[in-house]
Design a protein around this ligand. Structure first.
Ligand SMILES: Nc1nc2c(ncn2[C@@H]2O[C@H](COP(=O)(O)OP(=O)(O)OP(=O)(O)O)[C@@H](O)[C@H]2O)c(=O)[nH]1
Ligand SMILES: [Mg+2]
Length: 444
């Protein structure tokens, strides 16, 4: 994400490498590059100009600090200014009221329906009881699409297939929520063009009728400068509360993320980073600035990990490890857990230092494909007692999984080693572990 921008900014800081101090001249050179990088990333020209003016003022004011290198100082100033540009502090997201009501708005194909599912999934994990509402009465398959997502995350959906009146549907849904004890209503609407007067009037009417706790404007970050213009048009009519930037996993240049806040003066509240229901993150300006500058975003990473982490499962797993009962079924479950967290490369890129290193390496969910195939070709008995997997069984497993016997051998060996190590780790005090590690090193 934002790779181009990151690289260009990094290059612009190079101007300052080896310079003893910040001067008017080297700052001007650096900032010329910075401004060009921003404009090329589709940041509005005026926004980019104001940005570098602010950076310049701060940089010149800090001339006195000698302990920092100019390039480090500049990275820090640009980082802070990027954070400010995107709103500074993370925005508040309100889910008060019973039911709390959230209304989605946005252009066709921006990702409203997908995000409706993601948000419901996230808030459900936080203890809410969501009801999804299908107010897209125009596209024939719209209700079905929302239903599929609702089923997937196991949340009820309200729709009226015969009705052509989204305002009434939304109102009825809220009554239904009250009746059935759902404390969160998320209203998905039809995509509309800002120039379509009738459609804009309709979403305004829905908003007026149900007075949402949060009205969100969903926008595809790939649309760059257009995203900002659309946001302006929607905000003029709807006065929405926050922005959702979708498709940040794609090849987006970053302009929308950087300009929207300044142009419409509404915060970005969430980002979507994939098609899976788990690919949602609260927007943190400082974290995004870290990522743009290639510093990774360890906080988002931890946040996502915590969302997915199931304590009960973890406890059971530890128990099994202690008793040395970890088997291939558990192994499969662990892989599923990792895959649930979304695109691996995306996750890995959030770790500082890793992002750049793996830029050209191809890792994705397929990385587990052959491992999964091998395990699935094992019988239940073999999964529980890998020690019974002899030569002929190995051949059969390789054949069944379309892999080579060497691959099966390798997996079995790795599994045994991992199991031993984990068994040791869960049973030992740190002191003992260190001793064991030292002994193992000597043996080698
Ligand atoms: N890569 C990626 N794809 C996304 C993301 N969010 C949505 N999509 C995809 O974008 C396409 C459109 O998403 P929808 O949720 O149907 O968009 P919508 O705004 O409801 O569209 P309409 O109802 O037609 O206005 C689908 O193929 C989604 O899978 C995202 O964060 N990343
Ligand atoms: Mg939709």
């Amino acid at each position: 994400m934002f790779e181009n921008l990151s690289e260009k900014l990094e290059r612009s800081f190079k101007v300052l490498k080896g310079q003893g101090q910040i001067t008017e001249i080297n700052v001007a050179q650096t900032l010329k590059e910075v401004r060009r990088a921003l404009v090329e990333a589709d940041v509005e020209y005026k926004v980019a100009k104001r940005f570098v003016d602010n950076v310049k003022e701060k940089a010149m004011g800090q001339n006195v600090i000698n302990s920092l290198q100019p390039s480090q100082l500049m990275v820090k100033i640009v980082h802070d200014e990027l954070t400010e540009l995107m709103g500074g502090e993370p925005a508040k997201f309100t889910i008060e009221g019973n039911p709390a009501i959230i209304l989605m708005s946005g252009l066709q194909g921006s990702g409203k329906t997908t995000f409706t599912g993601k948000l419901a999934n996230r808030l459900k994990q936080q203890g809410k009881a969501p009801l999804l509402v299908a107010c897209d009465v125009y596209r024939p398959a719209a209700i079905e699409q929302l239903k599929v997502l609702a089923d997937q995350i196991q949340v009820p959906m309200y729709s009226e297939p015969e009705s052509k009146d989204p305002v009434a549907i939304a109102q009825h849904a809220i009554e239904e929520a009250k009746r059935t004890g759902r404390n969160l209503v998320i209203v998905d609407t039809a995509g509309r063009l800002a120039v379509d007067e009738q459609m804009m009037t309709e979403i305004k009417a829905i908003k007026d009728a149900i007075t949402p706790t949060e009205t969100l404007f969903v926008v595809d970050s790939m649309t760059g400068q257009d995203a900002v213009n659309t946001a302006k048009a929607f905000n003029d009519r709807l006065d929405f509360d926050g922005v959702v930037l979708t498709k940040l996993d794609g090849d987006t240049r970053g302009g929308a993320a950087l300009s929207i806040r300044t142009v419409v003066n509404k915060p970005i509240k969430f980002v979507g980073t994939g098609e899976k229901m788990e690919a949602i993150d609260p927007f943190r300006p400082a974290g995004m600035a870290d990522r743009i500058l290639g510093m990774g975003d360890i906080v988002s990473f931890v946040d996502r990990m915590q969302q997915q982490y199931d304590e009960e499962e973890a406890r059971k797993l530890e128990e099994k490890l202690r008793k040395n009962k970890f088997d291939f079924d558990d192994f499969l479950a662990q892989i599923a857990q990792i895959k649930k967290m979304g695109n691996l490369k995306d996750l890995a890129s959030m770790i500082p230092g890793v992002g750049k290193a793996i830029k050209d390496i191809d890792i994705d969910d397929d990385a587990f494909k052959s491992v999964e195939a091998i395990i699935r070709s094992m019988t239940p008995d073999e999964r529980h007692n890998p020690s019974i997997i002899n030569g002929s069984r190995r051949k059969r497993i390789a054949l069944g999984s379309g892999t080579k016997v060497e691959e099966v051998n390798r997996l079995l060996k790795q599994f045994e080693q991992t199991r031993k190590m984990m068994h040791m780790a869960t049973n030992m005090s740190p002191m003992k572990m260190m001793k064991a590690a030292r002994a193992a090193k000597k043996r080698r």
